[in-house]
Design a binder for this molecule. Structure first.
Ligand code: ADP
Ligand code: MG
Length: 680
């Protein structure tokens, strides 16, 4: 096969070049190294057999097929076997003449005439055609190419690519890992006695080596990115004692120990002349917003500007209200740029940000991507996001008003979705993490109940009494993932029905298709207590804070993911009132749906729920749910390969400190196109 074809196949399989095919690793193998005599075949087992055709005929019943009978030899009484071809060419009918020798690979099943194979892999052979010496790899394939074509392309890659060792033998010995070329050979061409089960579950030393290499490359690249960050400049900020005391004095409560600790970690970062890159993790309701406000103070005291971003309008407005409440009394100018702000008002607001008159600008991400520029952006706070990619940071820097190209604002990200340890260790190696692991005192635990939607009427009846007693409630509509339009309809239907059934109550509605100001008006009315009940879609999922709301009903809760349910439920249990969350499930409750509801009912701690989530779904999906769906790792599995991850982490540290040339060599193989691995 020409190299050109190998390149084409590589590209179709999603690689940049044919050389990458060395790491196109088999899914499984088939054993064509030995022939099983026809008399020894066992039912239900894949085998390679050989025989001579006795008889072949096209049958029309029950469907068109070519039925062929073969025998061990022409001698009378020798064992025989049937096979059927469901798709065949006319040439095959003439080819399969009596006496022709064929080799078949496939599963033997009991058939109408005895043992048979349905649509085996078939090859016409001469007497004594040699067998292959190693197991035959079955590769992940794309429709256009046969296994044979892919195998050939991989062979070309293995012959032409550089398989030289990147790692010192001493290191490999200490980790008990095979050499790179040896590992590839063991994966592409396993010996006949290889442990197929171990190969397929990726548990052999060869697999360990490949996974280790991948993890090591990832660790190296993340560490290099962190080192790069150390070369960037940021304004070193001092603790703003006076402003902080004034803000805290105005609060009706004191900081929790966990908030104080997180803040101290943040202050240490801010005091350095390099940009902070810190994630503040804390369960829903743990009080991250206040920590964010306190984080702004050193920047504001130094005369710098701050951008505060949230993923949705509702959240941005909530943040704005808090920042306004806490910072305006300190003499700060706080601006909210809503999507609906248009024309002259918007122009003026943007001009005041650009001139530096505004100290704190709050808005959605989308908003900051267009039109906003700052006089001296010193700090950025991003709510409800635990991955703010290099690209996004660079884009923000452009707007920061810096003359020094190496200048970068400090960055604080906040998220209630806890990152499991393995992910934090691996994917966030260049990120510092603070955790608020304690809720403010006085919270009453949320009572979570799971019940059938058949009891919906009863629930609505109780809702009436509940709201008439002065408490407020959320009604979360069923999730409709297929289309926003249907989601909207579901929300409007639920709203109309509840308005109809509960005429005594004031019932509002918020959903994703509403205009920003409509949403804001509904939220404000709910917050002010003018509405008893708020019918909502997941737009209320994050950040919404109405302490008087203490009951939440989630219709078709089984359709939601765990993280979503936990976030939704976190909207109640924010005040002193005892809170309840009712999870209503529909008839078509799947096993996994049932499991999710059980996890939510039994756990209130977001970290525990995230762990369960990881167990139920695996880390790829865990990330995918909230992130761009980008693949984390090709070979290593963060759940099962934690030991390798630890080893890779230690090795990366060691290599960068002592043997940078080894680190470079390894990165050149695994990330030949540079650090773009990191951008997302
Ligand atoms: P989240 O971490 O989910 O963003 P919020 O910042 O919205 O949580 O805080 C939830 C509620 O707790 C808010 O009403 C906030 O004012 C309140 N809160 C924050 N810190 C404390 C504290 N130390 N003591 C009591 N209440 C607090
Ligand atoms: Mg929040």
């Amino acid at each position: 096969m020409a190299t050109l074809d190998a390149d084409l196949i590589a590209r179709k399989l999603g690689y940049a070049a044919s050389g990458d095919l060395i790491l196109h690793l088999p899914l499984r193998y088939q054993d064509e190294t030995r022939l099983t005599p026809l008399r020894d075949v066992r039912m239900g087992v894949d085998v390679l057999v050989e025989g001579v055709v006795l008889h072949a005929e096209v049958q029309m019943q029950p469907r068109r097929q070519l039925l062929v009978e073969i025998a061990e030899s022409a001698a009378p009484g020798s064992a025989h076997l049937y096979f059927r071809l469901l798709h065949f060419y006319p040439s095959q009918i003439s080819q399969l003449q009596p006496g022709v020798r064929v080799r078949l690979f496939g599963e033997v099943k009991p058939g109408f005439f005895g043992a048979e194979m349905v649509h085996p892999q078939l090859r016409v052979v001469r007497d004594n055609t040699p067998l292959v010496a190693t197991l035959t790899p079955i590769y992940p394939a794309v429709a256009a190419f046969s296994q044979n074509a892919i195998r050939k392309a991989v062979e070309i890659a293995l012959r032409q690519a550089d398989l030289s060792e990147t790692l010192p033998q001493k290191l490999l010995d200490s980790l008990q890992l095979p050499g790179f070329a040896e590992a590839l050979n063991a994966l592409h061409h396993p010996q006949p006695d290889a442990d197929l089960n171990a190969l397929e579950t990726q548990a052999t030393p060869a697999w360990q080596r490949i996974k280790f290499d991948e993890l090591l490359a990832q660790q190296l690249s993340l560490r290099l990115a962190a080192q790069q960050r150390q070369k960037l400049h940021a304004v070193a900020l001092n603790h703003a004692q006076e402003l902080e005391q004034r803000l805290l004095a105005a609060l009706p409560f004191a900081l929790t120990r966990a908030q104080t600790r997180a803040l101290a970690e943040i202050h240490r970062d801010l005091a350095k002349p390099h940009p902070m890159n810190r994630l503040l993790q804390g369960d829903v309701g743990s009080g991250k917003t206040l920590v964010a406000a306190l984080t702004l103070l050193p920047a504001l005291a130094a005369g710098g500007q701050v951008a505060v971003m949230a993923p949705t309008e509702i959240l941005a407005e909530q943040l704005y209200l808090k920042m306004h409440e806490w910072l305006v009394p300190l003499g700060m100018q706080v601006a909210w740029i809503a999507a609906a702000t248009k024309g002259k008002t918007k122009k003026e607001a943007l001009a005041r940000i650009a001139s530096g008159e505004i100290n704190v600008a709050v808005g959605t991400h989308a908003l900051f991507q267009t039109g906003v520029s700052f006089a001296n952006l010193t700090l950025t706070v991003v709510d409800e996001q635990h991955r703010f990619g290099v690209g996004q940071r660079l884009a923000l820097r452009e707007k920061g008003g810096f003359t020094d190209a190496n200048h970068m604002p400090h960055l604080l990200m906040m998220s209630a979705t806890p990152i499991p340890r393995s992910l934090a260790m691996s994917y966030y190696a260049d990120l510092d993490v603070s955790v608020i692991d304690e809720l403010p005192p006085g919270r009453t635990p949320i009572n979570t109940k799971v019940m059938s939607l058949k009891r919906r009427d009863e629930v609505i009846g109780r809702l009436r009494d509940y709201c008439l007693s002065g408490a407020q409630a959320y009604w979360v509509c069923p999730l409709v993932e297929e289309s926003e339009k249907l989601q909207l309809r579901a929300a409007e239907e639920s709203h109309a029905e509840l308005v109809d059934l509960l005429p005594e109550l004031n019932i509002g509605l918020v959903h994703g298709r509403m205009k920003g100001e409509e949403k804001a008006a509904a939220m404000a009315a709910f917050k002010a207590g003018e509405l008893n009940l708020l019918v909502a879609t997941t737009v209320i999922e994050v950040g919404v804070d109405v302490p008087n709301a203490a009951l939440m009903v989630i219709e078709h809760a089984e359709r939601y993911g765990l993280a979503q349910l936990h976030q939704l439920r976190g909207r109640v249990g924010r005040g002193a009132r005892e809170s309840t969350c009712l999870l209503l499930y529909g008839d078509a409750l799947s096993d996994s749906g049932r499991q999710r509801l059980r996890v939510i009912k039994e756990n209130s701690d977001g970290f525990a729920i995230a762990r369960e989530d990881l167990k139920l779904r695996g880390p790829g999906e865990f990330m995918g749910a909230r992130q761009s769906g980008q693949q984390i790792l090709r070979f290593a599995n963060l759940e099962t390969d934690l030991d390798l991850l630890e080893a890779a982490r230690n090795t990366a540290e060691h290599l960068l400190a002592r043997q940078p040339e080894v680190a470079n060599r390894h990165l050149a193989r695994w990330l030949p196109r540079g650090l773009d691995y990191l951008r997302a």
